[in-house]
Design a protein around this ligand. Structure first.
Ligand SMILES: Cc1ncc(COP(=O)(O)O)c(C=O)c1O
Length: 373
């Protein structure tokens, strides 16, 4: 019997990069909070989900597909990919569809990173960037956000060094909701060397109303090292099905095709996303409703003296010295928000228009009880 294998411990068997990693921690579930507070209805505003269900045509498509679940899904997501290609005006060779955009972020890191390669991104930002960096042996170079909690594209460009292979930009940024402007992005791209892949994560793209916001697809020409990722988990309300997509240069698309799971996008997700893509009027209405609720919640917080950051997404970021107290206070009111444990801040997802008063009343009540947020 091979001697070495006989003596191996779990620590030796599992890749050492995984040692310091911590699993992704989701927010509290609504059922846990219902049990804990005894309330029959809670507002779950902790995971940046869209507050209403999927469009009816997507639900109908899921019902229609369900009896066929004995079969594997279409491994090439053909219908969905065609529709995406038409909608985005992007050739199919440049499209990658994933089990959530999360899967695509991971596949990109897997395809690009070798141990010791550097990955630059703003911080705080989406927790998956450090995770995919670490799991493939990369080294994170975190660039602090500006005092206004926005990406500092100059500092990010300066942080790019010889060993940098990947840059993640999150626009709007999760968790702060801020965006960078078109001019700044154009200038930034000029400064990035060809051998560095820039991944622009536009998970909250559809919610943006700021006219200076750059649609990163406008900068995609198939040649430059640029990827744009988006998702059906947010404004399309399909988080539970897991489906996202990316526009990528062809060589990278071929690489990702080799390492993805054979049937990575399930049958129900393909059907629902296909139909939801066809509901442009409803998606535009949702964006307007979100902008309206965002303005109401932001001014309520502002008026109560809270340090709220203007957001372009479906959540707002509130800086507070006592995040735990505010988090617990809101839980008592039946409102679940996101407490990061590390940052002196909370992220509050936006509810439906009809629940806005409930959220602002809960915030007021906590402000009164704590003497400020
Ligand atoms: C910035 C950002 N990117 C990507 C994702 C992942 O989305 P998906 O559900 O498509 O995996 C999220 C989810 O919260 C996110 O906030």
């Amino acid at each position: 019997m091979p001697e070495k294998a006989l003596r191996m411990t779990w620590d030796e068997m599992i890749r050492e990069e995984l040692g310091p990693m911590v699993p992704y921690a989701p927010g509290l579930r609504a059922s846990e909070v219902r049990e804990r507070t005894g309330r029959s209805s809670v507002l779950k505003l902790s995971s940046n989900e869209h507050p209403t269900g999927p469009v009816p045509s997507a639900v109908a498509a899921v019902r229609k597909a369900a009896p066929h679940l004995n079969r594997y899904p279409d491994g090439s997501s053909d219908a969905l990919e065609r529709r995406l290609s038409e909608r985005l005006g992007v050739a199919r060779e440049h499209l990658v569809i994933g089990n959530g955009s999360n899967e695509i972020l991971r596949l990109i890191a897997q395809a690009i990173l070798r141990p010791g390669d550097e990955v630059v991104y703003a911080w705080p930002s989406f927790v998956v960037y450090p995770m995919v960096t670490q799991m493939f042996g990369g080294i994170s170079r975190k660039v602090p956000l500006t005092s206004g909690e926005a990406h500092d594209l100059d500092a990010i460009a300066e942080a790019i060094g010889e060993d940098t292979r990947l840059v993640f930009l999150c626009n709007p940024n999760n968790p702060t909701g801020t965006v960078y402007a078109r001019d700044a992005f154009a200038g930034f791209l000029e400064r990035v060397p060809e051998g560095v892949l820039v991944v622009v994560d536009e998970a909250y793209f559809e919610y943006v109303t700021d006219e200076a916001y750059p649609d990163a697809l406008d900068f995609f020409d198939g040649e430059r090292s640029l990827v744009v990722t988006r998702t059906f988990s947010k404004i399309h309300s399909l988080a539970g099905l897991r489906v996202g997509y990316a526009v990528v240069p062809e060589a990278l698309a071929s690489a990702l095709e080799k390492i993805r799971e054979p049937f990575n996008v399930n049958m129900l997700a393909q059907a629902a996303a296909y139909h939801s893509l066809g509901e442009e009027t409803e998606i535009a209405r949702r964006a307007r409703e979100n902008a309206d609720v965002r303005a109401r919640v932001t001014s309520a917080l502002w008026e109560s003296g809270a340090d709220v950051i203007p957001s372009e997404a479906n959540f707002v970021y509130v800086r507070t010295e006592r995040p735990r107290d505010v988090f617990e206070g809101l839980l008592d009111e039946g409102v679940i928000v996101r407490d990061f444990g590390t940052a002196p801040a909370l992220r509050i997802g936006l509810p439906e228009a009809r629940d806005t008063d409930r959220l602002t009343a809960a915030l007021e009540s906590v402000t009164r009880r704590l003497g400020g947020i």
